[in-house]
Design a protein around this ligand. Structure first.
Ligand SMILES: NC(=O)C1=CN([C@@H]2O[C@H](COP(=O)(O)OP(=O)(O)OC[C@H]3O[C@@H](n4cnc5c(N)ncnc54)[C@H](O)[C@@H]3O)[C@@H](O)[C@H]2O)C=CC1
Length: 360
């Protein structure tokens, strides 16, 4: 992989060119505009390579990837076609190190990777649809660029508080973006998402400025491990930056539903007080639950960001930590939490790479 990283753009462009020339029927599985798609393949390979020595993490990652590919219409017979073009592209650009031995190693690795994905997809097919249709039932514009969107899936949609899904709008076919569930599972089966329209974000702008009740979107399967560990009664320290408050609210509801009386400390960060679009909901939750404390941290007023603020409180060494928000906040938040004595295995957040990819 080291040889490929500097020429990764060329490798991926050449890979897709080979794929679509040799297998034109596969073109329709991909979005019309391929710009974001292009680095997804390499990122997935790099993530797999990063976990190569940790079999459990690697297998879990690949199984999720295999299940997640069902919504694109990927079938088992597509994997060899992709593998052959991938190896074609690698051999063209990794010329300095490519030889028969390396090719054999790549074929073995790719075959193992794809078999884990194929098996996971086949097992998932027996118990869940490849995607869900969902109708928008409410669309609440909370600020000029943040909307709370609530949808009704066409079939039951099981998930855990703190997880996220992928979502496709009718306006940008085959472009999927990740959004966290903003509530714990509800008895009426509705799901809600907090969406911020970001510059050049096709999906987020469509969801905020174009979507209306009655529109139909598609949802992929739920994923993510930022869920509450109900086997302990340690406190929860939650950092939600901007729309990152969405899954934090879901976690609070989950603790409430389990009837736990564990302390939950929420730090809700926003750039200005106008950006604290969900503070009323959080304060209402605080009023109903004596174990919950909610603190708003406004950058402009406090002259500090969320991670700095939590250093000012504490001690936190008895807490499990949950972070949700922009990638920069997660990175510096993890540092601040480690410095304040929380071991890494008790700090939960979604993959920063996925968040970077999702930010549109
Ligand atoms: N599961 C998750 O982790 C979720 C992540 N998100 C992500 O959260 C982001 C929300 O965007 P906005 O609402 O525009 O948030 P934002 O950019 O306005 O930031 C919100 C707060 O986070 C903190 N922050 C931001 N950047 C920071 C940095 N580099 N270092 C330290 N602290 C920082 C600040 O306190 C800031 O007020 C999006 O990138 C979205 O993809 C949204 C929902 C769920």
């Amino acid at each position: 992989m080291a040889e490929v990283a500097p020429v990764s753009d060329k490798v991926t462009s050449y890979f897709y060119a080979l794929l679509f020339v040799r297998h034109p029927d596969l073109r329709s599985l991909f979005p019309a505009a391929m710009d974001t798609q292009r680095d997804r393949l390499l990122r997935a390979l790099l993530t797999a390579a990063e976990h190569i020595d940790n079999k459990d993490v690697l297998v879990n990652y690949l199984q999720n990837l295999g299940r997640g590919h069902r919504k694109y219409g990927t079938r088992a017979e597509h994997y060899p076609a992709v593998g052959e073009c991938l190896i074609g592209a690698l051999s063209k650009y990794a010329t300095g190190v490519w030889n028969a031995e390396m090719e054999a190693a790549w074929v073995r690795t790719y075959t193992t990777i794809s078999q884990v994905m194929i098996d996971a997809a086949a097992a998932d097919e027996l118990r869940a649809p490849a995607w869900w249709y969902a109708e928008i039932v409410t669309h609440d514009l909370r600020t000029p660029d943040v909307a709370v969107v609530t949808v009704r899936p066409d079939q039951p949609y099981p998930f855990l508080a703190g997880q996220y899904t992928s979502l496709e709008t009718p306006w940008w076919p085959r472009i999927w973006r990740h959004y966290s569930f903003a509530s714990a599972p509800r008895s009426d089966g509705l799901l809600s998402f907090h969406v911020k329209a970001v510059p050049a974000g096709w999906v987020s702008n469509a969801l905020v400025h174009r979507a209306r009740p009655g529109d139909i979107i598609r949802l992929g399967p739920p994923t993510g491990s930022m869920t509450v560990d109900h086997t302990t009664d340690s406190g929860l320290l939650c950092l939600g930056g901007g729309t990152g408050i969405a899954p934090i609210k879901a976690l609070v509801e989950d603790v409430a539903e389990h009837g736990d009386r564990r302390p939950v400390e929420v730090f809700y960060g926003a750039r200005t007080d106008h950006d604290l679009y969900d503070i009323d909901t959080m304060l209402r939750l605080q009023q109903s639950h004596p174990w919950l404390s909610v603190r708003a941290i406004i950058d402009q007023q406090a002259q500090q960001q969320l991670p700095d603020a939590i250093r000012a409180y504490g001690p936190w060494n008895e807490f499990d930590a949950y972070l949700s928000g922009p990638p920069g906040m997660i990175r510096s938040g993890v540092d601040a939490l480690r410095d304040s004595g929380i071991p890494s295995d008790r700090i939960r957040h979604d993959s920063v790479e996925e968040l970077v990819a999702a930010g549109s």
